[in-house]
Design a protein around this ligand. Sequence first.
Ligand SMILES: [Zn+2]
Length: 318
Amino acid sequence: MAQLYIGIDFGGTNLKIGIFNRDMDLLAKANVPSGDDLTPDTVVKLMVASSKKLLVDTDLSFENVCAVGVGCPGQMNLKEGIVLSAPNLAFKNVPLRKMLIDQFGKPSLFENDANAAAWGEFVAGSAKDVSDMVFFTLGTGIGGGIICEGKMIHGYTDEAAELGHIIVYPGGERRCGCGQYGCAEAYASANSTAARANDALEDGTASSLQDIFRGKGSVTCKDVFDHAKNGDKLATEIVDGTAETLGLLCVSMLHVTQPQRIVFAGGMIAAGNFLLDKIVEQFNKHIWTMKKESLEICFATLGEDAGIYGAAALAVDL
Ligand SMILES: [Zn+2]
């Protein structure tokens, strides 16, 4: 009888659900809108109902499900199984692990969403052949995950790997969402890349982006990359600034845990080798002699599925 594992990635607006076998083959997946009621009880009930429906739709049996893993955002106490707070979800001191175990009736766990995605890339994606990796996801902010000697690093109170809040530019003018100035996230996330361009355009800097800026009132991160690829001077400067910050993060992470691979994920990696080559160039410019040839900087390969892979793989280890 096949042993099945459920991996769920809960981001707030939707639930991604994957059904896996023990070898981490993805057998079925679904993407379910989470609706307006984001209270913990409703969300967990939706996880159970949606998972059971996916199993039925694909002729798989709930009886064969061995364990359930969930990735979700927020501050958490993993040892106690509690989500302390998740601002966008109305979650406060939620005993999520117990709720999952009670409602699914199966061994269950949850994990920070960025850590779950990192674990997915580690077991089934871009870092499946190494033991040490650092993961960055470039989106609204910068999320992180660190796997060292095959183990995920959580830290004393489960708040390790907040890599977007590494201060890269002390005295930097840009304020991060965390309140601090000079965080990497305030310079190199997709949102902050667009924001840096929009500030320069607002100041009247000449650029091929000005047409979009005047028409729509703002440009996106993708606009900036598209125009940089076409050689626009401002767009190129903005992209080079983003790449320098990411290159500096790679240098710092190499000094902290000496990963074999640093993996970037998130919407910004759609820019492809144009971005990757610039990050590597900046890394090479700033690194000194420390075993730089042992590190490979690359992009994630599982895309939006990384979270469900990671959550299910963590469930396998329960
Ligand atoms: Zn910050």
